[in-house]
Design a protein. Structure first.
Length: 499
């Protein structure tokens, strides 16, 4: 969540684009991403060079090696060093503009092309749209002032910029706040043996956070070449139908050390997607309130839930694509929890009766402000394809997520996220909680008896306190006393005025 100085700096960069004549917010986001990428490539190598110098080692496979790069576009050999952000930013606006437009941008489009990785595939059609040296100079100065080494600024900027696009009505997409993504990843605790997928990946927030979690918790294991190869190439899978988001997501993954993930353009709900029994962990915030043409929807999904609603179809997709024993944590709109249509009931019945539904975590409606006020929940389940796998379901009601729940979303002390994670990973202690608490278990029989309703308030016990009122005679006596006091006050006021 962008706050304070960084928000103001990003706003100023946005204004530079706007005043230069670029008014399409998606174009602005894309061009900002390319510039961020140029800077972060150089920053990353500079850090690696410093670390290598400390240990007296030679840097392995640098992005900017010694020597020159041959630019096929202009048939020139360009020194790699000249294409580094820390170098070209100091060469003057005219020289910098020519270097970035003619050489640096074509160069970053080729990164990974020899391996055919996701990044290079989606960069083929990318275009550099900044038109003047002065504009580029102002943008480079603004981006150079951002401290990218102490925070995942790119992720913050994506979320903030997508929020600006949604509120302006330019783009209806919105992305999951990164602290909610981090919560879900910490709930699921991915391991190095997982094969992780987000079939509606957007800017790859879930798989990026999963990669960070695995890198942090399995550092020693990743020193083994076979583990690192799996981490870099096979572990992370993401799909989307927005080419710009795929480019952004591929860059995001690459900057987090995953340079060849399985990221591809794909309509995940269509017949073109044949994935089945493939993944061990799905993490997603799929599109809500969408309605598709039934002819385009994969028949295997309609067998689980005959509907055109995307929020239900994606749940069916998770069940198809997960391997047996595979786990899922997905954000759903509240309507999924209580909807009365046959499809709503069918998907809930499937999760409860034939899979293992583990948890329903209700989130406050302000979580997706400022660009959506929808009430949502997180469903956590395991694919078992075995009747009666669910014996009880854990319910939790989040009241706060560390930010105010209004349009401003400023940081605050109230935050249930650490408590959610702590309780979920210690469910044995939850068995003794009453229905008056913030979390509790509900037996599966009770859920079935309530037509598979999964809303927290359906099972919460509201404590009603007995309020004792005074007898009518006493209340009337109080009213008489008040009227007498008012009359005396008016009399005193009139005597003061007459004197």
């Amino acid at each position: 969540m962008i706050t304070g100085d960084i928000k103001n700096q990003v706003d100023r960069i946005w204004d530079v684009f706007w005043t230069s004549g670029m008014t399409n917010p998606m174009n602005i986001l894309e061009q900002m991403t390319y510039l961020f990428f140029m800077k972060m490539l150089d920053d990353k190598q500079r850090q690696e060079e410093a670390n290598a110098a400390v240990w007296g080692n030679r840097l392995q496979n640098p992005v900017f090696p010694e020597g020159t790069w041959h630019n096929d576009d202009n048939d020139r050999d360009i020194p790699y060093n000249d294409m580094r952000w820390s170098v070209f930013k100091n060469t003057g606006s005219e020289n910098m503009f020519r270097m970035v437009r003619d050489n640096v941008f074509p160069f970053i489009k080729t990164i990974g092309s020899e391996d055919g990785n996701a990044y290079s595939r989606f960069m083929k059609d990318a275009a550099f749209m900044i038109q003047s040296p002065r504009t580029l100079q102002r943008l480079v100065d603004g981006i150079d002032a951002l401290d990218m080494n102490n925070r995942d600024t790119m992720g913050d900027v994506y979320e903030y910029m997508l929020g600006k696009m949604a509120t302006s009505g330019t783009n209806g997409q919105f992305r999951t706040p990164r602290h909610i993504i981090a919560m879900m990843v910490n709930l699921m605790q991915p391991t190095l043996t997982d094969r992780i997928c987000d079939p509606a990946m957007g800017s790859a927030g879930f798989i990026v956070e999963s990669a960070k979690y695995v890198a942090e918790h399995y550092r020693k294991e990743l020193l083994r070449p076979e583990n690192m190869r799996y981490y870099r190439t096979e572990m992370f899978n993401g799909f989307d139908t927005d080419a710009t988001m795929l480019r952004i997501g591929a860059m995001n993954m690459m900057l987090h050390g995953v340079d060849a993930p399985n990221i591809a353009w794909q309509d995940s709900l269509s017949n073109d997607n044949t994935d089945a029994n493939r993944y061990t962990l799905c993490l997603a915030n799929p599109p809500f309130a969408g309605s598709l043409d039934k002819e385009t929807i994969a028949k295997s999904l309609l067998q689980i839930a005959s509907t055109t609603k995307t929020e239900l179809l994606f749940l069916a997709l998770f069940l198809r694509t997960l391997d047996l024993g595979g786990r899922c944590a997905s954000i759903v709109p509240d309507g999924v929890l209580f909807g009365n249509s046959n499809a709503h009931k069918a998907i809930r019945k499937e999760l409860v009766d034939n899979q293992r539904l583990q948890a329903v975590i209700s989130m406050p409606s302000g979580v997706f402000q400022p660009y959506a006020g929808v009430s949502t929940a997180i469903l956590i389940f395991t694919k078992t394809n075995t009747p009666n796998s669910t014996d009880r379901v854990w319910f939790y009601e989040m009241h706060a997520d560390g930010f105010t729940l209004d349009q401003k979303r400023t940081p605050c002390e109230a935050n249930d996220i650490p408590d959610v994670i702590s309780r979920f990973h210690n469910l044995d202690a939850e068995a003794s909680r009453s229905r008056k608490d913030q979390s509790f278990f509900v037996p599966v029989e009770e859920i079935r008896a309530n037509d598979y309703d999964l809303t927290f308030n359906k099972y919460k016990e509201v404590e009603r306190k007995v309020v004792e009122y005074d007898a009518p005679e006493t209340i009337l006596a109080h009213i008489d006393d008040l009227q007498q006091q008012i009359a005396e006050g008016l009399t005193n006021l009139k005597s003061i005025i007459n004197h």
